[in-house]
Design a protein around this ligand. Structure first.
Ligand code: 5GP
Ligand code: MG
Length: 178
């Protein structure tokens, strides 16, 4: 793989190689297999960013489980400053279930807190969070993350599902902005 790439107007440098990413994913998959055995979890992956993480994670999950996908959309009628998103595709299918949210990244934590609030309405039995990436220095919410594949510093990154202006999601390694 190349060490420096250009996406649109920005240069990015290689930051985390695929093998390291997938080691992190295998580690949390083992924890999930141990912790959620017998709970028949429903994985709820958040599109678009979590698609590659979800695919790799599910290959390593060995306990009986299901997966479904949701998408976040901007609310109508909120202020531009309010970045909170509405969850599309959530339904009563999660009632009484052990749900594992599968996210690409937790930055400020605002998105995750909003997602958790919207899920409550549908009465899941319990909710766990699995995230590919976590930026501890950026967190602004009180949030317990159950499964974190990789902790990273407060840099903007692309690859492994994450985009820069729509591009770069297909990169198998993670790059950070130069
Ligand atoms: P939060 O609500 O936790 O601040 O941010 C969550 C969302 O911001 C993520 O789902 C992702 O879409 C975006 N995000 C945060 N940090 C990054 C980053 O470093 N790279 C990319 N591509 N997206 C990010
Ligand atoms: Mg996301």
């Amino acid at each position: 793989m190349k060490d420096v790439i250009t996406i649109k107007d920005r240069e990015f440098e290689l930051f985390i190689e695929q093998e390291v990413i997938e080691q992190g994913i295998r580690r949390i998959a083992s924890q999930i297999n141990a912790d959620l055995e017998g709970k028949n979890p429903l994985f709820l992956a958040v599109l678009n960013g979590a698609f590659m993480f979800a695919g790799e994670l599910m290959k390593e999950v060995t306990i009986p489980s299901e997966i479904t996908f949701v998408r976040l959309a901007s609310y109508h009628g909120t202020t531009a400053a309010d970045d909170v998103k509405e969850v599309l595709g959530l339904n009563e299918g999660i009632e009484g279930r052990c749900v594992v949210i599968v996210e690409d990244i937790v930055d400020s934590g605002n998105t995750m807190v909003s997602l958790l609030e919207q899920m409550k309405v549908h009465r899941p039995k319990e909710v766990k969070i699995a995230t590919l990436l976590f930026k501890p220095a950026a967190l602004r919410q009180k949030l317990h993350l159950d499964y974190v594949a990789l902790e990273i510093p407060n840099d903007f990154i692309v690859g492994y599902g994450l985009d820069y202006d729509g591009y770069g999601r297909n990169l198998k390694d993670i790059y950070k902005v130069k």
